[in-house]
Design a protein around this ligand. Structure first.
Ligand code: SF4
Length: 305
């Protein structure tokens, strides 16, 4: 199957972008692996005719927004909608915009329609930097309330989270009990958590960072043991990098069941089928693409500085 995928990639001038939460067998056939920001940048730089996105709906949409002339394929549409991305919609945004005259910053984990209404997007890797750069003390921010908590703490700005209770079900699973239990078993391990985790879990962490921040931290650290507080398959992603460097470090999941079932809908078989039949193609309204592109490109520009 891998040979067939590679042959089709060559024949059709296609590339595969895979998110850090994909399992090892998919990461191994990908041309680029990364977090949302890194993949946005790779999508923008891509000179292929076809982009196959091993991720969830909003990620493939972002690739299309940045590459409107290319064919962007999501290998599965059933069950690949990120639940958090769909918590923030036009009605909620318009309601808050009526009440507050403040810039709207949206997480890249949102639909294309939501991005089109935003002043700028952000990722967990740059959210505090983006918010700090804006010339306003009040910021409308959505949809993740835990990321909003993190940004508020880092920037000191008045962050109004919309909707009030937005969040990722995978990261909201982590509790203080998990932290105490795993810390007791591995007292020397460094605890890294994602800013989508609940505030009380963030408060107990040694490091709060994005998925790529975690990869870099583990690779560059002199420590030997790490507890990983994000989607479980990030461990496989880090292990692949450690193997390349001939390093051996212990990686412990904060919970075994922190699994994003939407991400796992993508399989090697579906990627092969996607390349063969060129499905499922992402199509977006031109006006949405134009507006959403401005919000994403503004973020990419600011992230470079
Ligand atoms: S891990 Fe959470 S935010 Fe990321 S795709 Fe899955 S549900 Fe969405």
């Amino acid at each position: 199957m891998i040979d067939k995928i590679n042959k089709l990639k060559e024949e059709k001038n296609a590339i595969i972008l895979a998110h850090n939460y994909q399992p090892k067998e998919i990461l191994k056939i990908a041309d680029f692996v990364g977090d949302s920001l890194e993949l946005c940048i790779k999508a923008k730089e891509a000179d292929s005719d076809i982009i196959v996105f091993a991720g969830v709906d909003f990620m493939a949409e972002s690739a299309k927004i940045l590459n409107p002339d290319k064919k962007v394929l999501l290998p599965e549409v059933e069950g690949t909608k990120c639940p958090m991305a769909h918590q923030l919609n036009k009605d909620i945004i318009l309601k808050y915009k009526e009440k507050y005259s403040a810039p709207l910053v949206v997480y890249v984990n949102t639909t294309a329609e939501t991005k089109a209404l935003a002043d700028i997007t952000c990722t967990s890797a740059n959210a505090d930097k983006i918010v700090s750069s804006l010339d306003s003390d009040i910021i409308l921010f959505g949809p993740d309330k835990n990321l909003a908590y993190y940004v508020k703490k880092k920037t000191g700005k008045n962050i109004i989270n919309i909707p009030e209770d937005g969040g990722c079900y995978v990261h909201q699973k982590f509790t203080l009990e998990d932290v105490y239990r795993v810390r007791k078993l591995y007292p020397k391990a460094i605890l890294l958590v994602h800013p989508e985790c609940n505030p009380e879990v963030q408060e107990k962490a040694d490091i709060i960072t994005s998925t790529s921040g975690m990869v870099r931290y583990v690779l560059n650290s002199d420590e030997e043991e790490f507890i990983i507080g994000t989607e479980r398959d990030l461990i496989g992603r880090i292990e692949l990098e450690l193997e390349k460097l001939g390093l051996n470090k212990k990686l412990i999941p904060l919970r075994d069941d922190a699994i994003c079932k939407e991400m796992k809908r993508i399989t090697l078989n579906k990627i092969l089928e996607s390349l063969e039949k060129e499905k499922y193609e992402i199509n977006l309204d031109e006006e949405i693409i134009d507006k959403a592109k401005k919000a994403i490109e503004r973020m990419i520009e600011l992230s470079k500085n």
